[in-house]
Every structure is written in structure tokens, then in C-alpha cells.
Design a protein around this ligand. Sequence first.
Ligand code: C2E
Ligand code: CA
Ligand code: CA
Length: 782
Amino acid sequence: MGAVDERAVGALLRRQMRPLLFFGLLSLAGLVAMSAIAARALLGSYDALEAAAARQRAEQVYRAFDADLRQLAISNRDYAEWDAAQEFIDKRDPLFIPGNFSGPQLLGMHVDVVWIVDATGNEIHSGYVERASGTLTTPAPREILEPLRPFLARVDELRHRRPSEATVATAAGPMGVSATEIARSDGSRGTGAVLLFARFIAAAELQRVYDASALPVTLASLDPAALPPQVGRAILDGTVEPFVAEPETSHRIASFAVVRNLAGEPVAVLRTEAARDIHAIGVRTTFYLIGSVAVLLLAFGVICILLLARLMALQQRDFESRRNAEEQQRENRRNLAKQARRDFLTALPNRLYVQTRMPHLIAKMADSGRMIAVIYLNIDRFKSVNESLGHASGDELLRIVAKRLRASVARADLVARMGGDEFVIVASLLPDVQAVERLARRLRAAVAAEVLIDKKSLNVTASLGIALYPSDGLDTETLLKRADIALHQAKDAGRRCHRFFSADMDAHVNQRAALEHELRGSIGSRQIYLDYQPIVDLRNGRLVSLEALMRWRHPERGLIPPGQFIPVAEKCGFILELGQHALREVLAQLREWIDAKVPVVPVAVNVSAIQIERVDFVKLVKRLTAAAGVDPQWVRFEITESAMMKEPEKLIGTLQGLRSLGSKILLDDFGTGYSSLSYLNRLPIDLVKIDRAFVRELSEGDRASPVIPLVVDMAKQLGLKTVAEGVETAAQAVGLFELGCDFGQGYFYSKPVLARHCRSLLEHLDHKGRLTDSAVLRAVSG
Ligand code: C2E
Ligand code: CA
Ligand code: CA
């Protein structure tokens, strides 16, 4: 495939692929967006899960913290509802305090501050243990006790609250508080006094929360600005969920629990943190999910591309096969076109080719200063070959001629068969007319060389008409037409020759058309008449018969020879009327002579092949002879050899019919056609008329044709008589006689003469029936 085709295919496919590609990209973008959304959603749900877990951790821490403070409350209640405590209030046993609330005892209970107040609000005892040193300060410093005072009045309320709610923020940090009214252990007698325990929420507390919850706990700042916004909100707004989760980094998440006091005010923020395991799982899961989707997409894309590539390959193959089919079709068309321009019999180009090729040739020659010769070539009497030897032989002859013509011209020259036995030779680059003349002779010689068909040697000749470019025409049509006119001229000139077109030929052709027109009016206006030419016995000169020859006396052009108007009449069919007219005239003449007691001889009438073909000629003769009252034995019929070959069966029937009427048949122009001598015996004829071409050769001495003796011998064997026409000299007459010919006709005896002269000839025959010199002289001169 050429680069151009490849590009064309590429462009075609690209054009087809464009929408596909567009939709592919669009859906890819859609998929990417969708997976991004899915990833976000997935990750979001993991994060929500993570947040929930983190919040749960905050709650857990808070609960552990609560539990730790509950412990404080329990210890506080145990002491407050102990009978010994009640007794202490009542009796103020001085040993009670040191025995129960010594420094180590307080430390053991994780109590930092103990405070006992009586029903009126007066302090009975207070103590503060410093954890680090274990020193007990009694009474406790005011600044430590002061923030705890509100709890003393809220003992009942504290009962129902969570321990973690009993917290308070102090300057020294947040504290957990528990306060219970001191009463008898069965609860029967309250004292109104209160026992309060308080505990700083410090590292130890946080450690215990850690131990209980297994979560690391710290105290976060209470300043909302220093905390994540959500935590800040939870601190500021008591209605907001106190457990908040807040991712700190991509790896860790913090959980906050806001601790509020009884008034709902934030007191402390517990903070724990954990690794972001769920988030990590989410990220991993999302990554894997998106990854696998991407892989799937990729695989899908690859499959699509492969499929598309296959499709493209298929399309391309389809395209190629279509292209091949088209190529094939073009080729077929070319071949057909070529065939259409070729003659299948001879393989030469045909008329169509000539017509398409010539304009190019002419265009090429236009300014060369050289000439083109357009030569029409016609095989003389080809019809006879076809008819006598059969079509296969005719075809063979055409092939041979075609080959010879082709071989006699230059490679660049054109030889074509126009149809039938007509060829056209177009020779270019000819320097002058002499070159054309030489070419014409070469072509004629090529045709005239001996032809052997079926072991028979044929004598073939050709007639040529030549038109020259640029002198005779500048276009194909004109040149061909003029070459054809020249060809007809050559034929009229007796064939086996060539003619160059000349301007007066055109006139001749026009004349021919006019002739045809005028011919149709000729019979009625009595311009057509018959001359009669005697036929004599060669042994004794006796007049044995006459030949009627048609004449046309044209009112302006004078006498027109039958050689000019008979072919025209044959071509246009008018010969039927002319022929019938001739027969009628002859019969009328005979009737007249017989009536006038003129010693008549049989008169031969020329019959055209067309007359036999188209009408029931026997019936016509029967009718006309009967009408004229003339015995058919006085009429003879001359039919040319070539006419004989047309339709042998019908012809033979006609001839037999005529003979059965009593008429004799002459075979005219014998030897010019191609019928073999043996053909003669098949025909019901009486006389053979040897063509004057052979008689002419008799006078040319040693070049005498062997035809006459052959014909004479053959005719003798068949019981036929022979007539020689065109006898012009005594020598010819003697020669013919010596060759055994029976009769002679020609100027030597008499030219064709007018009917009245003929009558006088008949009336003045000598006693032996011979033409008298005086009568002939009279006839010829008259
Ligand atoms: P054809 O039948 O061969 O007629 C003989 C021709 O030879 C006549 O020419 C005649 O004038 C000519 N001729 C006779 N003696 C001599 C001679 O010694 N020397 C030479 N050179 N010529 C001689 P014509 O009259 O010009 O007729 C020409 C042809 O026209 C005839 O040839 C015939 O084929 C045809 N033709 C004439 N009349 C008729 C007719 O009535 N019907 C038909 N169908 N054809 C006719
Ligand atoms: Ca004749
Ligand atoms: Ca003749």
C-alpha cells in the first residue's frame, strides 16, 4: 500500500474514531470523578467510624474518671455514716481525728483535703495533706478550702449526682469533691454536720484512670482558644455532646471529654489519644478499592483499545478488500473498454478505438509540420471469398490481411479493422506525399502476396483510399470520410489500386446523392433505354444473340454509363424497378421485331442479385413474357458470378425455374469472383461468360492467363458453352477461337447499339447469318 493510501486510511479511521474517542474520554473522566467521590465517601465513613470510636474512648476515659471519684464518694460516705463519726460530733473525742484522718490514712484513701463542719456551719476540723511530703496541715489553708464551701450546702443534691459532677476548678487545679451529712449508720439520726473529702485531680488520678481504662489520659487546657474548635464549642456550650474526637495528625486522633460541675460549668477537659487505625484501614481499603477499580479500568481500557485496534484492522482489511474489489472492477472496466475497442477476430483496434485515438494523434501532430495519412483499405471482392469458400475461410483471410498490414507499417502507426473487410491505417510522421505513395504500394503488395487458405491459393487484391492531414481535413470525422470517398473512387476505377482524396471527389459524392434522386424520376420520363450488343459464334461469325445494356440519358449531364448508376440503384433498391423496366423494354422490343418479321435472336438481360433475392423472379418473368406475348426462350438472363454466391439454394431454384420456362442462363464476369471451377457443375446454367479482363490479357502476348483454357475445358466437360466478352481485336478473336471458346462479344464485332440500329443489323445479316460490314458500320456510326 502506498503512503498516500495509508494516510487516507488513517484519516478515514480517525474520522470514524473521533466520536468514539470523545465518549471514551468522557466516560473515563466520569469514572475517575465517580471513584474520587466513592473514595471520599468511603474514607468519610471510615473517619466517621473512627470518630465514633474516638468519642467512645473519651466516654470511656470519662467513665473511668467518674469511677475514680466514686471511690472518693464511697470512702466519704463510709466515714460519714459511721457511728463513731456521729459520736465524734456529739462528744468530740479528741482521738477520733488523729485515729482516722492522719496524713498516711488520708493519703491511703487518695484524699487531699478533709473538712468537717457542724450544722451551723462552724468548722470542726480541716486538714490538707501534701502528697509529695506527706505533711498534714491542720487546719487546712483557707485558699484551699474556700472553693469547696458551696458543696457543704449541697449535700442532698450531691447524693443524686454523678461523682464527676462534683468537681471544681481551683487555682491549684481541678478537684473532685464528696460531702455527706454525718449520721448514724442506720441513718436514724442526722447531725447536720458534714464530712467533706476533696482530691486534686493530678498525675496519680490520671494514672488510675489509665489503669482502669487502659487509655492514656491527660488534662487539657480549659481555654477554648487553645483547643480544636469542636472541643471549644463543647466547652462553651453545655448542650453540646461533651465527648469530642479530633484528628490531630494523619496518624493520631485525640478524644476529649469535658467535665462539668453541678452548675454545668466546665471544670476540666480529659484528653486521650490513639493511633488512627481505622483511618489507616480506611485509607488502605480506599486505596485498594480505588487501585483495583483503576486496575479494572485500565484492563477495561486496554481491552477496549485492543478491540478497537482489531476493529480498525478489520476495517482496514475491509477497506483494503473493498479497494481491491474496486481495483478489480476498474481493471475489468479497463479490460472491457479495451475489448470494446478491439476487434475480436483480428485483435486489431476497432472503429471505436480509431475514433477515440485519432484526436490525440492529430493533437500531437498539430504543429509538427508532418502529415498523417488516413488510409481506408478494402479487400476487393471479399464477399465472393466469404460466399464461395465459407465464412471460416473469410475470417482466416481477414486475419492474414490484418497481420500483413500490421507488419507493413511502423510500430507507432495504427492499423484497425473498421468492420467487414474494411481496414484503416493511420500513419503519422510522414514527411511528404511520396512517402504516403510508397506506403500505399507497400500495403497493396502486402495484401497481394499469395494467400493460402485450405491449401487453396487465393489471388487477393485491395483498394485503398487516402486522406491526408492537414491538407484534406483537420478532424477525425472529415479525414475518415474523405479516405472513404477516395476508397470508393479507387473501387470505381476498377479496384486493385489506390486513390488520394481530391476536392472533386467530394463533388462526386454529392453527385451520387443527386444521381440517386434523379434516377427515381428517370423511368417515367423515358430517360432510360437499352442498347443491344451482338454476340457471335467464334467459328463462323454468325450472330447468335444480343445483350441488352441499360443506358441513362440524363437531360443535362448527357449519357451516364451503367457502371455509374447501376451501383447507385442497387444501393437504394431502385434496381428492382430498373430491372423490371429493362425486361419489359426488351420484351416489347422482341414483340415489335417479331411482329415486324425481323429475324430475331435471343436477347440476354442483365439481372442484379437483388432482383433474385427480393422478388419471385420466375413469376415476374412468366407474367411479363406472357403479357408481352413473347416466348421465354427468346430471353436470356445474365447473372454475375458474385451474385450467384449469395443464397445458392434460392438462386438455384430461381435459375431452374427460368430454365424450365425455356430461358437460358449466363454466368457473367466469370473469373473475377473466387468461385472454384468445380462450383460450376452445381449451377443450372447454360453459358459461362469469361470476364473481359482475361480477354484483354490475351493480346499481351506471353503473359496470357491460364484461366481461359481452364474455363473452356471445364465448361466443355460440363456441357456448357463459353462466351468471351470484350473482344476488341482480330487477334483476340483468333486466340479465343483457338482456345476452344464458343462465342465472342466486343467492339471487334460491334459496340452496343440503339434498338433501331440493332434491327437493321438483324435485317441485314448475310446469308450465313453473319454481321455484314456495312450494317455494322451503319449501326456503329449511327
Ligand atoms: P456487363 O454485363 O459485363 O456488360 C458488358 C460491358 O462491357 C458493357 O458495358 C459493354 O459496353 C462493355 N463492352 C462490350 N464490348 C466491349 C469491348 O470490346 N471492350 C470494352 N472495353 N468493353 C466492352 P456497359 O454497357 O457500360 O455496362 C456495364 C455494366 O453495367 C454491365 O457489365 C452490367 O454489369 C451492368 N448493366 C448494364 N445494363 C444492365 C441492366 O440492364 N441491368 C443490370 N443489372 N446491370 C446492367
Ligand atoms: Ca452482362
Ligand atoms: Ca460481363
